[in-house]
Design a protein around this ligand. Structure first.
Ligand code: UT7
Length: 324
């Protein structure tokens, strides 16, 4: 049975950087009070990239896809599969994956979206892995892309300071050499209310509340507990000790969550890739963006063991253990 190996990565961030001070000044004009000190101390976030009005998730996804294809040394028509993980698709349909395929100027490969919010990239990676291992796909493009700024309530300081826009992509290719070693995906739909954007389109109208709402403390606790458990489960499945991990590439939501997890797993903090200070929480894009940064700066190297983890709305969570 072939393995799925990561053969290329890419990322794209909109050029406009909004620092905490910029955001605090902007929110103050709406009568919403926040500060760089609060955001930095409670989350570790210092800035985020925000897409210009009108920028679409497919645009960001296509830029990341091109970078990943170039990094893998492949052409778009080498792909058998394109999956986009997103909660902020351009349209109800067609899928953002089909729009990216068109932007890349090709047709024929399977293309679809995965909706698992901030766990979306890990879910998409697991799906591509299964299709490669089944021998049905040789090269897959897996993308996490979001324009989350479009679903934020800029009058709600408990949520709007936390998120940013961006896209990350990976090429997975069939190989005889080990790549993805084990996968663990979970959800608990009974916790849907703690993180949701419960709007809908019906009869040509938006119904319900289309903005992101979150019970921050409930998400915090569930994120720590589920990711710690998932890390143990995926390592057990692969027969690998947690202590042999070289890197953890987690969903980037809050540096305090990451510190809790590394402490509970007895994993040194310098083995955890952190980009949320610069990117904030980019939902499905955060894991591939963090991976791309660390791959390109030489921290992640061939032969190492990395644990990728996502967690978010649904409630969903998951782990992918990979030999680089
Ligand atoms: O992608 C997955 C999803 N998201 C997450 O993983 C997020 C998980 N949760 C968290 O990261 C944290 O719970 C938050 C960062 C969202 C909040 O931190 P917290 O330490 O749990 O703060 P809190 O909600 O308990 O709020 C503490 C205080 C409150 O004021 P009072 O009631 O004590 O007077 C809030 O109103 O901080 C206030 N507050 C703010 N103050 C300034 C909340 N947001 C802000 C803000 N600026 N932006």
């Amino acid at each position: 049975m072939p393995y799925a190996r990561i053969t290329g990565t890419g990322g794209y961030l909109p050029p406009r950087i909004v620092t905490n001070d910029d955001l605090a000044a902007d929110l103050a004009t709406r009568g919403v009070e926040t500060s760089d000190a609060w955001i930095t101390e409670r989350t570790g976030i210092r800035q985020r990239h925000i897409a210009d009005p009108g920028a679409k998730t497919s645009d960001l996804a296509t830029a990341a896809a091109r970078a990943a294809l170039e990094n893998a040394g492949l052409q778009a028509d080498d792909l058998d599969l394109i999956i986009v993980a997103t909660s902020t698709p351009d349209f109800i349909f067609p899928s953002t994956a089909c729009l990216v395929q068109a932007n890349l100027g090709v047709g024929g490969a399977a293309a679809f979206d995965v909706q698992a919010v901030c766990s979306g990239f890990v879910y998409a990676l697991a799906t591509a892995d299964a299709m490669i291992r089944a021998g049905r796909v040789r090269h897959a493009l897996v993308i996490g892309a979001e324009v989350f700024s479009g679903i934020l309530d800029w009058n709600d300081r408990r949520t709007c300071v936390l998120f940013g826009d961006g896209a990350g992509a990976m090429v997975l290719s069939a190989s005889d050499e080990p790549g993805i070693l084990a996968v663990r995906l979970n959800a608990d739909g009974r916790q849907q209310h703690i993180l949701c954007a419960a709007g809908n389109v019906s009869g040509g109208q938006v119904t319900g509340d289309p903005f992101l709402r979150m019970d921050g403390q409930a998400v915090f606790k569930l994120a720590v507990n589920s990711l710690v458990r998932s890390a143990h489960e995926v390592c057990d499945e692969a027969g690998i000790a947690l202590s042999s991990l070289d890197w953890m590439v987690p969903h980037q939501a809050n540096v305090r969550i990451l510190n809790f997890i590394s402490r509970k797993l007895d994993l040194p903090e310098d083995k955890v890739i952190v980009t949320l200070d610069k990117h904030a929480n980019t939902s499905a894009a955060s894991v591939p963006l963090a991976f791309d940064v660390a791959w390109r700066d030489g921290r992640l190297r061939p032969g190492q063991l990395a644990l990728l983890q996502g967690v978010g709305g649904g409630f969903t969570w998951g782990s992918v253990l990979v030999r680089l």
